[in-house]
Design a binder for this molecule. Structure first.
Ligand code: ASP
Length: 581
């Protein structure tokens, strides 16, 4: 398949079975070693690997020259076989080398040594960085994942539909990128945070099962698992329950994982949001390690210890075996971290060799309380126990964060632990200015049918038919069963502080079609960059994106973003303010 009019084989696929064959290979000079004036060993690289070419009539090639070599495959001499190289048993002899293009010396070596090069330099010369084995592998894993997802979705009768990139602003929570309109100066399109509204309208339109490998754009601070633009498998289905959606998406995720790793993951577990918070302290639990949060509130119900007395929620974790390595400085560090998150404090206790508790607060705890504490947390000598007493949210958040700090392996490290987190709250937190609840996910999620009566009286207790998919502590994606009735949608908008008039003005294009017969529907989207990064063994999604932005949002290769010319601005009717210094 890879033969062309210029080559017969790929360099990395030549083996002993090809001995005696005349072949042509094309690629880049990976290295060159001289033996006397005439004899040279040239390693030729293409994306499949390198092959050694023995050139005995002298040739002036340097690193990264583009060459074509025609030669005969022969066995390497005894003692020169390279067991570390897939092509290490053979070499090309009688080589004729044709220089297709010379090359300047590259700014960094095109091999694993470039991993140590500053990322900006790698990104500035991304086309050279991608020539390397690691990037070639990552981009090819990504392509396999995309293709497996497409196949899995199509096998389940999903139809690929493309949705626009120039869209109105939508209330999905993230800051949007705006694009000025030339025809209507002063008006702007937004770039889509996701195809959310369009995919729901496709359900009104009778598409039944939609999917798209969609580009989404969000103007949020970048970090290891976040880029301004990212790819999602976006899907929506009509006439479904939550189980139908989870099954369909699980199928795509498993197919993707199998394509990347060769192994199909076991059926994905489920946990409710409330249980995830209670046991792991976070809504994206990493199930690869223990150290679960343990309930202690009732154990201290009649305590004399002031910091615990009357606390709404007391929980602890056992950082097994960590007593010795956590000296005073490190413990102060943990306490500072807990306080930064918002806790009043952090109680630590070390279990001593005789099973007694070593801690500045031990003397305030009764013997019974100490015994119960050790029993519940299964404390044995050498353990470090951390306790937080606060309101439930704070206790969970602080201990969830410390649990991850103390126990979490790198995200890509096996085993892969996928988990569906279900029953997210409809609202999480409140808007600081308006005091109105904020959507837990986005405003189109369907309230849990059992909680509808709490909607106006106790909105924060209303659960949604909303779910996330989590892998090794990274949120891969979210979805929900949707609201398909405009009156219920208005109720949710009102709870969020969006009046009927405002809703009509902003989302009339979305709400009105629902009056024409919207089917019950639900969907999901998961981040392909995140999934591929984990499956490819990378800690940062930039490593699996061909041309990513740096942490500060720029592209050192193209220099984007750049200031527009005055005439471009004039055409758009835009005047810019001087940059803030
Ligand atoms: N649009 C949502 C997101 O991008 C996913 C969904 O609810 O289907 O997170």
């Amino acid at each position: 398949m890879s033969a062309t009019s210029m080559r017969t084989h790929m360099s990395g696929e030549l083996r002993s079975e090809h001995i005696g064959q005349a072949v042509s290979v094309c690629g880049w000079v990976a290295s060159r070693r001289e033996h006397g004036t005439q004899l040279a060993f040239v390693d030729l690289r293409d994306h499949t690997g390198v092959v050694q070419c023995v050139v005995d009539n002298g040739v002036d090639v340097r690193s990264e020259f583009v060459i074509r070599v025609t030669g005969v495959v022969r066995a390497r001499l005894e003692g020169t076989v390279n067991k570390n190289l897939p092509t290490g048993e053979i070499e090309l002899g009688e080589c004729v080398v044709e220089i297709l293009r010379t090359a300047e010396p590259p700014p960094f070596p095109i091999d694993a040594r470039a991993d140590k090069v500053e990322e900006n330099t790698r990104l500035q010369h991304r086309y050279l960085d991608i020539r390397r084995e690691r990037m070639q592998r990552n981009l090819r894993v990504r392509a396999k994942v995309n293709s497996a997802i497409r196949r899995a979705m199509e096998a389940q009768d999903f139809v690929e539909v493309e949705t626009p990139m120039l869209v109105p602003s939508t209330p999905e929570g993230a800051r949007e990128f705006l694009v000025p309109s030339r025809k209507e100066p002063g008006s702007f399109y937004a770039l889509p945070q996701s195809p959310q509204l369009f995919k729901q309208l496709l359900m009104v339109a009778g598409i039944d099962r939609y999917y798209q490998i969609a580009r989404c754009l969000r103007d949020e601070d970048l970090r290891a698992d976040r880029q301004y633009e990212f790819m999602q498998l976006d899907a929506e289905m009509s006439f479904v329950s939550q189980d139908d959606v989870l099954e369909a998406i699980s199928e795509a995720v498993m197919a993707a994982a199998e394509a990347a790793t060769g192994e199909r993951p076991p059926a994905i577990e489920r946990i409710t949001w409330h249980d995830a918070m209670n046991r792991f302290g976070v809504d994206k639990p990493d199930l690869r390690f223990g150290m679960e949060l343990t309930e202690l509130t009732d154990a201290f119900a009649s305590t004399e210890f002031k910091a615990f007395a009357g606390a709404a929620s007391i929980k602890g974790i056992n950082a097994s075996g960590k007593a010795e390595e956590m000296g005073r400085n490190k413990l102060d560090g943990l306490t500072d971290r807990a306080k930064k998150i918002g806790a009043k404090g952090l109680v630590w206790l070390k279990v001593g060799a005789d099973g007694s508790l070593d801690s500045p607060v031990a003397k305030f705890l009764s013997a019974d309380e100490q015994a119960e504490l050790l029993r519940r947390l299964a404390g044995v000598p050498g353990d470090l126990i951390l306790i937080v007493a606060d309101d439930w949210e704070m206790t969970c958040e602080v201990l969830g964060t410390l649990r991850n700090d103390l126990g979490r392996p790198p995200v890509w490290q096996g085993p892969y632990r996928y988990v569906w987190v279900t029953e997210f709250p409809l609202f999480i937190g409140r808007n600081k200015e308006t005091g109105k609840p904020k959507p837990g996910h986005h405003p189109f999620c369907r309230p849990h049918p059992d909680d509808l009566d709490k909607f106006e009286t106790d909105p924060m207790a209303v659960r949604a038919l909303a779910y996330d998919l989590v892998l090794n502590g990274w949120e891969l994606g979210s979805g929900s069963i949707r609201i398909h009735e405009s009156d219920l949608q208005r109720r949710v908008f009102n709870a969020l502080g969006i009046s009927d008039e405002e809703a009509d003005k902003k989302f009339g294009f979305f709400l009105r079609p629902f009056e024409y017969g919207a089917p019950p529907h639900g969907g999901f989207a998961f981040g392909i960059d995140r999934l591929v990064a984990i499956l490819a063994g990378e800690e940062n999604i930039r490593e699996v994106i061909a041309f990513p932005k740096t942490q500060s949002g720029s592209d050192p290769m193209t220099n984007a973003p750049t200031p527009p010319s005055p005439s471009q601005l004039a055409e758009l009717g835009i005047r810019t303010l001087p940059a803030k210094v």
